[in-house]
Design a protein around this ligand. Structure first.
Ligand code: PAD
Ligand code: ZN
Ligand code: ZN
Length: 374
């Protein structure tokens, strides 16, 4: 029996408030309105950004369905949708591409005005498509993938190769694309260069993969958790260091190790101190440092402007700098052509019901990416 045009009752993991465990509930998912798409989610990864919402350090309205690293199949489309149809394999995009705003029109921009950075959690008409126990439940970042069905706007959907395996392709929705793009698209790492990556979670490891594919000859991984080092080396780090093993500031350690030749640094932790450390660690004249880790809510940074005056470049990127609808299908094609391997990033695969277990693994530093199967 077709579900088109009907409310779908299904399972979703609802966050009722800050630091409350994910609660698997029956929710009602309304049909897509005009220019919206309802998607059956098949697999979704767990990213640190979801945990930031749980901890209350990232803006969101509650109750909310988070999750933004998913892959699924279009179940139905609202009026006016022309770019996807039922049955298409898709990735929901936390960074939309409307094609009309100033970022979308500029060849170098990607921060579409439709991105929901302030956690409003509603679709264009100001309402939500989720209801639980008679109460509206908010969306998250134009995606909400911790649910069997979600509704997103057409501008937040990328159609990908129908043969892509969802349990891997979901990582294109955030972690892999963000890290890989930070290196190849935003920093534009050059062959033979030296790179340093602060933070070796799923995003940091993807940065390393990007540095490697760009031809960097030295890639130094930095983390406080030495259990992350083996995996970092598997994906391309040439060496790994723990700042706690040194008394000197980390920028001095890196300068000495590399004969003062660090061309590129990446902050992939999301802490103010490591943002400054990463900036100070790239070469004072020609170095580039990229902020990839999500900045903590309402925190200010002070720094010595001499760090920039000498010539360094300091940049940031959302979603690796990719234009989401255009570039993600191409990245998936590169994956299908075996240009890179996502297996090292996926440490755990769990059924959707075990979502809290998946978050525990992340919080204990034991997982890189846990993929939940729906
Ligand atoms: P993760 O928690 O799996 O990895 C972070 C790593 O940093 C862990 O291995 C920690 O041990 C390590 N770490 C913690 N403190 C320090 C420190 N002081 N020095 C060195 N290492 C440290 O997270 P993730 O890889 O999923 O995400 C990383 C960040 O990127 C996080 O802030 C997330 O919110 C952000 C993110 N940003 C975007 C974007 O579009 N810019 C997208 C996705 C994720
Ligand atoms: Zn993410
Ligand atoms: Zn736009």
């Amino acid at each position: 029996m077709s579900t088109t045009g009907k409310v779908i009752k299904c399972k979703a993991a609802v966050l009722w408030g800050v630091k409350q465990p994910f609660s698997i509930e029956e929710v009602e998912v309304a049909p897509p309105k005009a220019y919206e798409v309802r998607i059956k989610i098949l697999a979704t990864g767990i990213c640190r950004t979801d945990d930031h919402v749980y901890n209350g350090v990232m803006a969101a309205n509650f109750p909310v369905i988070v999750g933004h690293e998913g892959c699924g199949v279009v179940e139905s489309t609202g009026k006016g949708v022309t770019t996807v149809k039922p049955g298409d394999m898709v990735i929901p995009l936390f960074l939309p591409q409307c094609g009309k705003c100033s970022s979308c029109i500029n060849p170098n921009g990607n921060l579409c005005v439709k991105i929901d950075l302030t956690g409003k959690g509603v679709l264009s008409d100001g309402t939500t498509r989720f209801t639980c126990k008679g109460q509206p439940v908010y969306h998250f970042s134009n995606t909400s993938t911790f649910t069997e069905y979600t509704v997103v706007e057409e501008t937040s959907v990328a159609k990908i190769d129908s043969a892509a395996p969802p349990e891997k392709a979901c990582l294109f929705g955030c972690g892999f694309s963000t890290g890989y793009g930070a290196a190849v698209k935003t920093a534009k790492v050059t062959p033979g260069s030296t790179c340093a990556v602060f933070g070796l979670g799923g995003v940091g490891l993807s940065v390393i993969m990007g540095c490697k594919s760009a031809g960097a000859s030295r890639i130094i991984g930095i983390d406080l958790n030495k259990d992350k080092f083996d995996k970092a080396k598997t994906v391309g780090a040439t060496e790994c260091i723990n700042p706690r093993d040194y008394t000197k500031p980390i920028n001095e350690v890196l300068r000495e190790m590399t004969d003062d030749s660090v061309g590129y640094t990446f902050e992939v932790v999301g802490r103010l101190e490591t943002m400054i450390d990463a900036l100070a660690s790239c070469h004072e004249s020609y170095g580039t440092s990229v902020v990839v880790g999500a900045p903590p809510l309402s925190k200010m940074l002070t720094y010595d402007p001499m760090l920039l005056f000498t010539g360094r470049t300091w940049k940031g990127c959302v979603f690796g700098g990719w234009k989401s609808r255009d570039d993600i299908p191409k990245l998936v094609s590169d994956f299908m052509a075996k240009k890179f391997d996502l297996d090292p990033l996926i440490t755990d695969v769990l059924s959707f019901n075990k979502i809290n277990e998946g978050f525990d693994l992340l919080r204990k530093g034991e997982s890189i990416r846990t993929v939940l199967l729906l």
